[in-house]
Structures are given as structure tokens and as C-alpha cells.
Design a protein around this ligand. Structure first.
Ligand code: FAD
Length: 539
């Protein structure tokens, strides 16, 4: 089936010239109001201006309503999106935002005390999942990146006086500290001619059900645009509050509604991954940034009080800073695009960041908007297809996250017992059943793989489900190994030799900072996976 992620992988489609309005068209779409100045708002404004410089783009935000301030772990598509689609200079990004590298997610999850790795190179299966399970009883040696993660290393080497980097050949993403990121994007927008209005929107004046006529600020100012992008976060001022678009909750799969966040020192060890740790009534992220590790315990307020959640976090991470609380709701609106309004970011949909997917979904929607926005209302016509495809992608994400709850046997608290019994996974059950009959799915015959893909809508491809289900040790009939164990061991030894000599992240990043041209080579190199001529792989 048609999938927005694969559609946008195709660089040729995103490099076609985009239609621009003709001068005397009274229905031209020229003035874009991006309402909200969080990550969603600024990425939308910057992408629209970069790709359609003739548009008059304005960010409207209220300095009295802070941005959500969390949202820092990403997946690999962020790298080409930021540098090639939006045109952000990597050296500037490193100077202002100090991103750290992420090779995947480390899950303290499932019955194995070592947990499991979900590396970005999971589709490569480069060392081999079956050999890993046969020799060490878990999947943690199935790819080069999982071995690097287990050893806290990044694929950068000192050879004699030279630095040799395998980063151009292995997918990675960024951990982005939200505050400096938004400050940086704000400055970038000013420098690129994007307008800015500090106004608190008090009233959204509609003309019929499907059209915003204008906005009214609380000081009486009137704001008029041809097209409105609602990036107001959970408030969803335009799509949700004003247009009353129905909200489709995911709460029967995803019960969490709160997070308690804080920072803790890391003593200089920058782990090259996000950690997701099972907690009594939810889970906790650990996101390494240069000054400290950022923590967030995501929980269900019906299962644990705020105070007890904060205590549990402090007990697990001694020295964590004073707790701050965030509330959220999981689900999506029935439609993202109605009339002259499209919602992007938390204003449209949200699931908890167990697979670091929000910025991925934001960049996906930003690219879809930027590529499909008509030049004139006379040409408009893609809303239904857009809305249906993006809704299906979000629903697939809901089912993907749900399998992390349904099959996690790490703890036996009431919360987890309830999750194993009641988390709704009906949208992904045929895939799980096929996995139990023969795993990993990636190694099944082409017909079975095709049948599974046709039966359910997957979020990532089958390798993601193999990783999460095998990582959690869901009992399954494993496929026989197609090689002897000694052949597998030889490959593992070769991978190990690349791991033992690899540098810890703080040393690798320090070397890159000393020679900023390395960042350019990584991002712009002709043979880098994230080079300018490579397709933007959103998964
Ligand atoms: P916000 O940052 O909330 O911005 C809303 C903007 O709207 C603000 O500028 C505000 O001033 C403006 N606004 C609101 N109302 C008005 C009004 N009336 N008038 C004018 N302006 C208004 N994503 C990831 O990719 N990775 C993660 O690890 C991750 N972790 C998360 C953890 C938690 C607990 C939560 C809740 C979210 C997480 N996210 C994560 C999601 C991520 O935070 C968001 O997707 C991202 O920050 C985008 O937020 P936003 O721009 O939609 O909204």
C-alpha cells in the first residue's frame, strides 16, 4: 500500500519544482500563519520558507505560553531533514545546540536482566539475530550498532594520527536539548525572513465549519492569513478547540498521561543511545545531553500519584534535580487538514516517546505539507488522501507502542499485570501471531512477509517488530539457522574488533569539534548515508 514514509524517501519527488502562485490570482495561497513557536511551529516555518521562498511565512506565538520543553530523542530521518531539507549548517547546529549522537534505544525491558537494544541498523541484521540468541540467549549481538551500544562506543577510531569514522555508513540520529534547539530555530527563522508576531490568540473566527476567517489576539489585534498551520501544542487552538474536530483516543492501548522530568549528572559519560527503563507504573527515558542526562518517568496517574512517581525517580537516579510535571493525552484528531487549517505536532496527535517518534511524525507532516500545499485554492484537492494516510500512520504507531506494554514481563507490579492482561493490541495481532509461528519475520518466506504486510499496517517494517518481540522474549518457534554457529562467531569476532577500538562518544565528539570540517564531511559526503544525494529515509 501507499505509505507516506516511503513516498517521501524518494528524493526525486522532493526535488521537483513546487507550484508558485500567479500574480493576479485572487485565490492564491501566499500568506502562511504558523500559530505556535515550539519545535513543530519552527520546523514548519523553516521548511516552508526553504522550499517555497516566495511564501510570506509568519510565526505567531505567545511569549506567555511556554513551549512544552521536552522532546529530545529523535530517529535518523532528523539528520537529512534538518541539514538537507531545511538547509541547516551542521557546524552551526553543533555550535548552538550541541546535539549528541544516538545509535538506537536501549530497553531495560523484558525478562533478560541485560534488556535489549533497538539499534538503527536493525534491518541490516549484520551479525545475525539467530546466532545471537543461540550463543548468548538474547539479541544484543545481532548488529554492529547493538554491540557498539552495549559497549558505550561510537564508530570513530584513531588510527596512527588520523581519525577514521564509520559514522557515514551507519544510521544515527540526534539527542537535541529542547531549549537551545528552539532558541536556535527562532534565530534562524528571523535570519531567513520569517515574520514573527508575539500575540496570545484569544479567538479563532470561523466562516462555516471548515474555514478560519481570521484570528483575534487578546489585545484586540486581528491576524489574517491564507493558510493556517496549528502548532499550538496540546491546546490545539484551531483544529481542536475552535473547529471541534473529534479526538480519537488511544487510551485503551496507551494508558499513560503524565511524566515527571529532571536532570542528573553523567560524570562525562555520554551514552550513544536513549535508554527506556521499566518503572513500577510506566517507564523512564534517559537522554544524554552534553551537560547532563535528561530523565522523564512516563506514568499513568490512575496507577501512581505524582509524589510517589517523583520518589521512585529520585530513588532510581540519586541526585536528580527537583521534579517537574508534564501532562499529556494520547491519540489523534479525526482529521489533520480541514479547509485552510492543518495541525502539526501535539496539536494534531501524540503518543508517548517510547520510540522517539514525535519529531519523526512532525517532519513527515511538514514535508507532506510543503510538498502538497497548493499554490491556489482553485487547485486544492488532496485533503482526504492526506488525512487518511497520516491517520493510518499514527494508528500504526499506536499498535507498535502497544506491543511494548503487552509483552513486557520485566516487573510484576499491578500496573504491569494490568498492561499484560488488558493493553489493546488488536490492530497488530495478525503480525504477532505470525511471529509466534516462526520468528524472526524478516527471515520468513516472501509470501508470508507479504501477507503480514498486507494484513496489518506496520509502523516500521518487520525488523522493528522482530527486535521488540525477540527482545522481550515473547515465546515463539524460531527459524533454524542457515549457517553453522562457528561462521556466526567469526562474524561476531570481526564486529567485536570494531567495537573494542571504537571511541567513547565524548572523545569522538571532541575530535569532531576540533575539526568542524568533519561534520560537513559526515553530512555532505557523497557516500554518507545522509549525503545530499541520498533519499531522505524517514525510517
Ligand atoms: P509546544 O512545544 O507545546 O509549542 C506550542 C506553541 O504554541 C508555543 O510556542 C506556545 O506559545 C504556542 N501557543 C499555544 N497556545 C497559544 C495561543 N493561544 N496563542 C499563541 N500561541 C499559543 N518528541 C520526540 O520526538 N522525542 C522525545 O523524546 C519526546 N519526548 C516527549 C516527552 C513528553 C512527556 C512529551 C509530552 C512529549 C515528548 N515529545 C517527544 C514530543 C515533543 O515534545 C513535541 O512533539 C514537540 O516538542 C513539538 O511540540 P509542539 O511544537 O507541538 O508544541
Amino acid at each position: 500500500g501507499w505509505d507516506p514514509l516511503t513516498f517521501l524517501r524518494d528524493r526525486e519527488r522532493t526535488s521537483r519544482p513546487l507550484a508558485r502562485p500567479v500574480d493576479d490570482d485572487p485565490n492564491a495561497i501566499r500568506r502562511i500563519g504558523v500559530i505556535g513557536g515550539g519545535t513543530a511551529g519552527y520546523l514548519t516555518a523553516l521548511a516552508l520558507k526553504a522550499r517555497r521562498p516566495w511564501l510570506d511565512v509568519t510565526v505567531v506565538e505567545s511569549s506567555s505560553i511556554p513551549v512544552i520543553g521536552v522532546g529530545e530523542s529523535t530517529v535518523q530521518s532528523i539528520v537529512p531533514f534538518l541539514h538537507h531539507y531545511v538547509g541547516i549548517d551542521p557546524v552551526e547546529l553543533y555550535r548552538r545546540v550541541q546535539p549528541t549522537w544516538k545509535l538506537g534505544i536501549r530497553f531495560d525491558w523484558g525478562p533478560d536482566p541485560a534488556g535489549f537494544m533497538a539499534p538503527f541498523d536493525w534491518s541490516a541484521n549484520s551479525v545475525g539475530m539467530l546466532g545471537s540468541l543461540a550463543t548468548q540467549g538474547n539479541i544484543n549481538a545481532f548488529t554492529l550498532q547493538s554491540l557498539l551500544m552495549a559497549a558505550d562506543r561510537t564508530p570513530v577510531y584513531r588510527v596512527d594520527d588520523r581519525l577514521v569514522s564509520l559514522m557515514p555508513y551507519l544510521p544515527f540520529s540526534y539527542h537535541l536539548d529542547n531549549q537551545p534547539l528552539v532558541a536556535f530555530l527562532t534565530d534562524l527563522a528571523r535570519g531567513r525572513g520569517i515574520g514573527y508576531v508575539d500575540a496570545k490568540i484569544a479567538d479563532v473566527v470561523l466562516r462555516g465549519d471548515e474555514w478560519v476567517d481570521h484570528l483575534r489576539a487578546d489585545d484586540g489585534r486581528r491576524l489574517d492569513f491564507d493558510f493556517y498551520v496549528d502548532c499550538t501544542g496540546f491546546r490545539s487552538m484551531l483544529l481542536g478547540t475552535a473547529m471541534r474536530t473529534p479526538f480519537h483516543s488511544y487510551a485503551d492501548s496507551l494508558v499513560n498521561d503524565s511524566a515527571v522530568i529532571g536532570n542528573v549528572g553523567h560524570g562525562g559519560l555520554l551514552k550513544p543511545y536513549t535508554t527506556a527503563s521499566t518503572m513500577n507504573a510506566g517507564w523512564c527515558w534517559t537522554i544524554p545531553t552534553v551537560p547532563s542526562d535528561h530523565l522523564g518517568y512516563v506514568y499513568c496517574s490512575a496507577a501512581i500519584s505524582d509524589e510517589r512517581a517523583a520518589e521512585e525517580l529520585a530513588g532510581r537516579f540519586p541526585g536528580v534535580t527537583a521534579p517537574e510535571f508534564v501532562r499529556f493525552r494520547t491519540g489523534r484528531h479525526a482529521r489533520a487538514w480541514r479547509g485552510n487549517v492543518m495541525a502539526i505536532g501535539n496539536s494534531y496527535a501524540f503518543v508517548e516517546p517510547l520510540q522517539s517518534s514525535s519529531l519523526l511524525m512532525i517532519t513527515l507532516m511538514v514535508m507532506m505539507l510543503t510538498q502538497t500545499l497548493p499554490a491556489s485554492w482553485d487547485d486544492a484537492g488532496t485533503r482526504t488522501a492526506f488525512n487518511m494516510s497520516i491517520a493510518k500512520k499514527w494508528d500504526a504507531l499506536r499498535w507498535f507502542i502497544a506491543v511494548h506494554y503487552r509483552y513486557n514481563t520485566r516487573l510484576d507490579t499491578p500496573y504491569w499485570r494490568d498492561a499484560r492482561a488488558n493493553v489493546e493490541v488488536s490492530g497488530i495481532e495478525p503480525l504477532v501471531e505470525a511471529y509466534v509461528e516462526g520468528a524472526p519475520l524478516q527471515l520468513r518466506d516472501a509470501y508470508t512477509r507479504g501477507a503480514v504486510r498486507a494484513a496489518v499496517r506496520t509502523f516500521y517494517d518487520l525488523q522493528a517488530y522482530d527486535c521488540v518481540l525477540a527482545g522481550q522474549k515473547l515465546p515463539a518457534r524460531m527459524m533454524p539457522m542457515a549457517e553453522d554457529v562457528e561462521t556466526w562467531r567469526e562474524r561476531k569476532r570481526a564486529a567485536d574488533s570494531l567495537v573494542t577500538r571504537a571511541l567513547p562518544q565524548h572523545e569522538a565528539l571532541a575530535a569532531y569539534h576540533e575539526h568542524p570540517s568533519l561534520h560537513k564531511e559526515l553530512i555532505d559526503g557523497a557516500d554518507s548515508w545522509t549525503g545530499p544525494r541520498q533519499p531522505i529515509r524517514l525510517v
